[in-house]
Write a protein that binds this ligand. Structure first.
Ligand code: GLA
Length: 522
């Protein structure tokens, strides 16, 4: 009934995105039969395909387009959104190695395959990193040209996309990727919605239930995007989520493939937007990955504008989330292309170093955040187990100071009371959701201690005193040094208590990786 197209192998990626995509490989179960040969077999020369079946019934294919001359092998490898030239290829049918570089700059990563010809199959071994377990793959001959990148569709002329009036405060909700990656399905989404609607999160402001990558199958003959067997009926799922008083979000890419190698929206932008609207989708995360095979970074605004226009044309209110890892200073043009939020960084990991690097690295972008348009330092990792409770409180505080979207990324069905308490701290959420929408900034730093402030409506100010060191530290905040004058009310937002006016300065003993978060109000 439907054709599965371009289900490529997801593991060749750059930088931190690579890591998440790489994890998908853990689910590799079987190596399926490739297209049978119809190219003449002459040594290694030819188009070779590795076809891997995902647990959801879709396929991913890696193409190795090789030319062997003596012991020199040239050509390219296309694996999901990656397309790279073989820069070092040597050997022959009895044994060869292929190497190339994916990405560039600090994200560049070397990829290496070893292999040999066995009958009419290439038996290949590759590794994510040299120390990782080898992954064994079998490639078979594929027709010439199969798997080549699709023809380029020129980007549209630029024009401003009118504001959709949504996300007047930073979006709050949940996203499937951080915890579930490729293991997300209809039943889990329903249970997450049940949890959010019954554990106090909905009342605290969380509303979006966002399905990330791996829901897609291919397209039908009319080009309509299809869901894979993990999501049998997206419209019914949207109805269910709406019935809980929540909203449903989805994910796609402007490229032919998503980051995990699933079907992207390339060439089908308007049609996909109409499908989302018909299903009852309320939020789209649009992830660049596969588009880099077709477009340059400079073309990003026009390409994001295309989906901004398409969403608008549906007439349905759909929050538009740009995900291109902060390239090309997206904060300067994200709003013009219809974006309600834009990722400012690569992928977060559930580790202090990753969270701190991303969160504290947002200083300086505050001028670009405003109601309807937000910097997005990525989804929350609170409750996923890689950080301490203290560190998760810092994570929540920092995101609130940054007016960041609060998209929980943990399993809401089984979290601890401590995790729930962090995610639903109403006083911290009120800072995040302050209606004036000013993003906070660093106003003081000494070694590993930092003070950030965020102006709030009604003349109040949020003050967060962070200790980035492992050891506890005593930090003194002189109000005058952080731009606060006169006596105010002081409230501790984690202790949930008003403090006595401490005079011109306030000192606190802050645990390693901890925070004191205050609200000062006239
Ligand atoms: C990229 C994004 C992640 C996630 C994955 C899904 O890495 O940055 O947030 O959406 O793709 O494949």
């Amino acid at each position: 009934m439907y054709a599965i197209r371009n289900k490529q192998h997801p593991y060749l990626c750059c930088g931190s995105i690579a890591l998440t995509v790489w994890l998908m490989l853990a689910g590799l179960v079987s190596i399926a039969t490739a297209q049978q040969a119809n190219a003449p077999a002459s040594g290694l020369t030819g188009n070779w395909a590795v076809r891997v079946e995902n647990a959801d019934g879709t396929f991913r294919t890696t193409y190795l387009n090789l030319k062997q001359e003596g012991s020199r092998i040239t050509g390219y490898i296309r694996s999901t959104q990656f397309y790279f030239t073989i820069t070092e290829g040597t050997g022959g049918p009895e044994g060869f190695t292929l190497e190339g570089t994916i990405g560039n700059g600090p994200n560049a990563r070397r990829v290496r395959y070893e292999g040999k010809l066995v009958g009419d199959e290439l038996h290949l071994t590759t590794r994510r990193r040299p120390e990782d377990k080898p992954i064994e793959l079998v490639a078979r001959r594929a027709p010439a040209g199969e798997g080549a990148p699709p023809a380029r569709i020129p980007p549209p002329a630029r024009h401003p996309v009118p504001d959709n009036g949504l996300a007047k405060t930073p979006p709050m909700g949940w996203n499937s990727w951080n915890k579930f990656a490729g293991r997300i399905d209809d039943a889990t989404v329903r249970q997450i919605a049940d949890a959010m609607a019954s554990n106090g999160m909905r009342e605290a402001g969380y509303v979006y239930i966002n399905i990330d990558d791996t829901w897609e199958a291919g397209r039908d003959k009319q080009g309509n995007i299809l869901t894979n067997k993990k999501f049998p009926d997206m419209k019914a799922l949207a109805d269910y989520v709406h019935g809980k008083g929540l909203k449903l979000g989805i994910y796609s890419s402007p490229g032919p493939n998503t980051c995990a190698g699933y079907e992207g929206s390339y060439g089908y932008e308007e049609q996909d937007a109409r499908t989302y609207a018909a299903w009852g989708i309320d939020y789209l995360k649009y992830d660049w990955c596969g588009a880099r095979m077709i477009y340059t970074d400079e073309e990003m605004p026009a390409i994001y504008q295309k989906m901004g226009d398409a969403l608008r044309a549906t007439g349905r209110p759909i929050v538009y989330s740009l995900c291109q890892y902060g390239r090309l200073d997206v904060w300067k043009w994200g709003a013009e292309v219809g974006g309600n939020l834009w990722r400012t960084t690569g992928d977060i990991r559930d580790a202090w170093d990753s969270m701190a690097r991303i969160g504290f690295g947002q200083d300086g972008r505050e001028q670009w955040a405003k109601p309807g348009h937000w910097n997005d330092p990525d989804m929350l990792e609170i409750g996923n187990g890689g950080m301490s409770e203290t560190e998760y409180r810092t994570h929540m505080s920092l995101w609130a100071m940054l007016a960041a979207p609060l998209l929980a990324g943990n399993d809401l069905r089984s979290m601890s009371p401590a995790t729930l308490a962090i995610l639903t701290n109403r006083e911290v959420i009120a800072v995040d959701q302050d209606k004036d929408g000013h993003q906070g900034r660093r106003v003081w730093k000494s070694g590993d201690q930092e003070i950030w402030t965020r102006p709030l409506s009604g003349g109040a100010v949020a003050v967060a005193i962070f200790n980035r060191a492992k050891e506890p530290a005593k930090v003194t905040c002189r109000w005058a040094d952080v731009g606060i004058s006169g006596k105010t009310r002081v409230r501790d937002l984690w202790e949930h208590k008003d403090l006595e006016w401490p005079g011109p300065e306030y000192s606190a003993e802050i645990p390693g990786h901890g925070v004191v978060m205050l609200r000062l109000a006239p």
